[in-house]
Design a binder for this molecule. Sequence first.
Ligand code: SAM
Ligand code: DTB
Ligand code: SF4
Length: 333
Amino acid sequence: MNAPVRFADPALPRHDWTRDEIEALFDLPFTELVFRAASVHRRWFDPTELQLSQLLSVKTGGCAENCGYCSQSAFFKTGLKAEKLMELDEVLAAAKKAQDGGAQRFCMGAAWRDLKDRDLPRVAEMITGVKALGLETCVTLGMLKAEQAVALKDAGLDYYNHNLDTSPEYYAQVVTTRTYDDRLDTLQHVRDAGISTCCGGIVGMGESRVDRASFLHQLATLPVHPDSLPVNALVPIAGTPLGDKVNRDGEIDPIEFVRTVAVARLVCPKSMVRLSAGRDDMSRETQALCFLAGANSIFIGGKLLTTPLPGQDEDSLLLKDLGMRPMAMGASA
Ligand code: SAM
Ligand code: DTB
Ligand code: SF4
């Protein structure tokens, strides 16, 4: 007797995805892709729940990297004023305000190429203080050494954000002051220290669909899938190479953006897929499609690091109209 044919369960996390398989997902009819992503989403999460994070730029501008999308790079004239590392009490006041506004995770970003040991004690105090308020903690500080990651973990760090940003093939069109492997090394240090990873990228930088598939292939074949997976739509910043290019060539099509979210959900089924930068320019309908396609996390609070987000009233109304609510804290898969 022939053995029954068994199909692999599409909701189970896999690390052996091929690029061809991921490109084939992108090429599915839109309705089929979104249906599959929504089906996988509800196997691991309640699809009516959203995780809510809030950002604060604790050290703004003057960055030594040349990321072609970034308002904070010292290489480009974007009109942004560089500021020093914020004081602890200012950060804690901002975190309290974020918590009162409904944030569950507080993410502190610094425009650094890498963390300098001299700045570690103050950043560690910020993490410990924010954690003591009862918030989840996240920082994004550029490249880390292994021992620095351990020190951040000891301070109470829950998540470290470090994005791969795009495909390895398109990377040199985006940044040349660091390599893809530099990024992978920091992610390894973060995992080794027992910190959860937040790792994603940006779409709409002039990359092709093949690049978007290759970028998601990188995430899907990491030793551990990112715990949080931010999908940013480029916020075009005047004065940056990619902002100027996208202003000329046009932005990513919303349908293609939703496809990217859906494929992210399918290849990293247990990750929190975050609808991140670019939400301010998105219609409510596009955001709703993203949630249907498996996005289950957003940034709130009116501002990302240097660019705007929808305000609290607008987001509360969107959640109410969609019948969605904040996820219970610590519910991450
Ligand atoms: N300097 C640190 C680093 O690069 O890892 C942390 C801060 S950096 C601003 C965090 C992430 O924000 C970047 O990796 C990028 O994915 C995203 N980002 C920055 N500027 C953006 C823009 N204009 N549009 C969309 N995403 C952006
Ligand atoms: C991520 O992927 N997106 C966030 C967070 N991680 C640090 C940052 C978005 C920044 C958007 C541009 C700005 O506000 O400067
Ligand atoms: Fe610096 Fe981060 Fe901006 Fe790149 S994305 S220029 S590393 S702040």
